[in-house]
Design a protein around this ligand. Structure first.
Ligand SMILES: *Cc1c(COP(=O)(O)O)cnc(C)c1O
Length: 385
């Protein structure tokens, strides 16, 4: 989004519906009870707008928030959100002071980071500070091996300005319910927690579940779930679709900017990949791959909604515009609403549908929506644009 403060001139926007977020959080909380839910709002709330999602999730009973970057936590604080915020990886070198200033609860899996956080807390005079110990049980991205976890847990527990807030792990295949590796990770996690306890480190609270774990693996729910994608109304994987009643929280919307008839024999857009075989009405829509409408969607057969009908993207997606084949003599006019993602009338295009066409996951679809598209809270929409 461009930063002049002027209202957007281009009629292309992303509607974010806090009521859908609240619905998803309520349904998920009921599903995982008595475990509390922390809403994961990294990557600007998976492209939805972190502050909007955070407020709606907290209103619906989320206990806290989780982010990937210190700067993402700072943004939440700048938006006036004072709920607990957990960082899902260690802060980078030099990040400890900012983390304390923003009242963020760090994850740690090394002695270096425990020392850096302790120094920042001591300097600020703000101990004892909550620290979350991450154990690697088989994802092999970040986390302490079980042996290192005992040393890190001990360092946290022994420091007067720190307190061990939780011990946690992350699941690699929770979205593949047929795999038995989730059960294996939970066994390793249990063993690691038992080792900590045997070493005299009290484990106050344990968590492991992402959305897939929360939805499909009761044994993973433990004392907290960290739900991201499901909060946005998107299933973690096709196998887990429909297990809980989720509502997509976002619509990508534009308006027809130009309409013309293209005669049989013509071809549309770069590369002339879309051949017109009968005279047809073509609508141009001011949204393109710079906005996250991926170029490969056209060849994959993606459709948009105009007037409640599914219509194909006709020809190559360009940076700022797409063209849509509306059919012969179609009643389409400049200014008509075009829905790229979301519901219009009885039809709906979901992030999962795009993910299927693109060979990716719904996460990448909403995270990939362009920064220059304004996010509009749906309740504020009347009269806009
Ligand atoms: C992103 C993330 C989550 C949330 O995952 P979803 O699949 O979106 O629910 C949970 N925990 C960690 C460590 C993460 O990085």
């Amino acid at each position: 989004m461009t930063g002049t403060g002027a209202p957007p001139a281009r009629p292309t926007w992303i509607e974010v519906d806090p009521a859908a977020v609240a619905h998803n959080v309520s349904v998920l909380r009921a599903h995982v009870a008595p475990a509390p839910l922390w809403a994961v709002v990294k990557a600007d709330g998976y492209g939805h707008g972190a502050a909007t999602v955070a407020r709606a999730a907290l209103d619906a009973g989320a206990e806290g928030l989780a982010v990937a970057l210190v700067e993402e936590a700072e943004e939440l604080r700048a938006a006036g959100i004072d709920a607990p915020v957990m960082l899902l990886s260690e802060p980078p070198p030099g990040g400890a002071d900012r983390l304390v200033a923003a009242a963020v609860e760090p994850t740690a899996y090394s002695i270096e980071v425990v020392d850096a956080v302790a120094d920042a807390v001591t300097a600020a005079g703000r101990g004892p500070w909550p620290v979350h110990l991450k154990v690697d049980t088989g994802m092999h991205r970040v986390g302490a091996t079980p042996e290192v976890a005992v040393r890190v847990g001990r360092a946290v527990a022994d420091h007067p300005d720190l307190r061990l807030a939780s011990v946690w792990t992350h699941l690699a295949v929770a979205d593949e319910p047929a795999s038995d590796f989730t059960a294996e990770q939970l066994r390793r996690f249990d063993a690691a927690c038992a080792e900590l306890a045997a070493a005299g480190v009290e484990v106050p609270l344990r968590h492991a579940a992402n959305s897939a774990g929360a939805i499909a693996h009761p044994a993973a729910r433990l004392d907290r779930v960290r739900a991201g994608i499901a909060v946005y109304g998107i299933a973690p994987s096709p196998e887990l679709a429909g297990l809980v009643d989720l509502r997509p929280a976002l619509r990508l919307v534009s308006r027809v900017s130009h309409v013309k008839t293209v005669a049989a024999g013509g071809a549309i857009s770069y590369g002339q990949r879309y051949q017109v075989t009968r005279d047809t009405t073509v609508a141009t829509v001011p949204v393109g791959y710079a906005d996250g409408v991926r170029r490969s969607l056209a060849a994959a057969g993606a459709e948009v909604l105009i007037g409640g009908r599914r219509l194909p993207i006709a020809g190559t997606v360009t940076m700022d515009q797409i063209t849509v084949d509306c059919g012969p003599d179609a009643p389409v006019a400049r200014g008509d609403e075009v829905v790229l993602l979301g519901r219009q009338g009885d039809e709906e295009v979901t992030a999962e549908e795009w993910a299927g066409l693109l060979g990716t996951i719904g996460y990448e679809v909403t995270c990939g929506l362009g920064r220059r598209v304004p996010r509009v809270v749906v309740a504020d929409r009347p009269g806009w644009p």
